[in-house]
Design a protein around this ligand. Structure first.
Ligand SMILES: O=C(CO)COP(=O)(O)O
Length: 251
């Protein structure tokens, strides 16, 4: 269960949220669920200090990284720096990056490789806009994004990637995909991973659903055979709400 905070919460607010979140989660939940937060870059050092100091069971990561490791790339953040800060995860190819920063499948592919180079787990985001779904092209479109993002990524590396299916029409709209929609795409993604790599690799890759997930709707989504978790935006900004999402099987 990963919380993508997007451009919300400064470093002081980050500390308060992670403290409260960790306090709200119990051993039973940690045994079943990997819990992660993806704060803005400027919060990560503070989150690291808190998580290390209090030995919290919450992993953390970033929302993006550079395709490059260092050099004259003003404003970019290297995967090497994120690894040094103890990040476990980094989101790659989020639809807001694709939409507002014109990130192509080629760039997303380079960023997946950059993350893997620095032993970060990429959370690779893919998914279709509403027009594509209305045209019935959502599976082909999303699988093409998957193929592009994983070009020249070996089976050994792919085994470390987390895939997040996030239909763009369900992000921040309150319009959650039905559990059947989530399962249809998660199954298609797993099947394509099986073709690209092997059934064994495909079975082990974690596939998340993202788009208007909250405590009230997470249960039936998590019941789907091929959905292993959720990438949560708005509802992860509230510690109690996100904790309830993380306890999906106990609520
Ligand atoms: O984009 C998302 C997570 O990356 C989903 O956002 P919401 O949960 O706010 O719809």
């Amino acid at each position: 269960m990963a919380g993508n905070w997007k451009m919300n919460l400064n470093h002081l607010e980050a500390i308060a949220l992670v403290q409260k979140l960790a306090f709200s989660l119990d051993e039973q939940t940690y045994e079943k669920v990997d819990v992660a937060v993806l704060p803005p870059f400027t919060d990560i050092r503070s989150v690291q200090t808190l998580v290390d100091g209090d030995k919290l069971n919450v992993a953390y990561g970033a929302q993006d990284l550079s395709a490059h490791d260092s050099g004259a790339y003003t404003g970019e953040v290297s995967g090497a720096f994120l690894a040094k800060l103890g990040c476990t995860y980094v989101a790659v190819g989020h639809s807001e990056r694709r939409q507002y920063h014109a990130e192509s499948d080629e760039l997303v592919n380079a960023k997946v490789k950059a993350a893997l180079r620095h032993e970060l787990t990429p959370i690779l985001c893919i998914g279709e806009v509403l027009d594509v779904r209305k045209a019935g092209e959502h599976v082909a479109h999303t699988l093409a994004q998957l193929d592009g993002a994983l070009k020249d990524v070996s089976a050994e590396q792919a085994a470390k990637v987390v895939i997040a299916y996030e239909p763009v029409w369900a992000i921040g709209t309150g319009e959650v995909a039905t559990p059947d929609d989530a399962q249809e795409m998660a199954a298609a993604i797993r099947s394509r991973l099986g073709e690209l790599y092997s059934q064994g690799v495909a079975a082990g890759i974690r596939i998340l659903y993202g788009g208007s997930v909250k405590a009230a709707n997470v249960g039936p989504i998590m019941d789907q055979a091929d959905v292993d978790g959720a990438l949560v935006g708005g509802a992860s900004l509230d510690a109690d709400g996100f904790a309830a999402i993380c306890r999906f099987d106990q609520s």
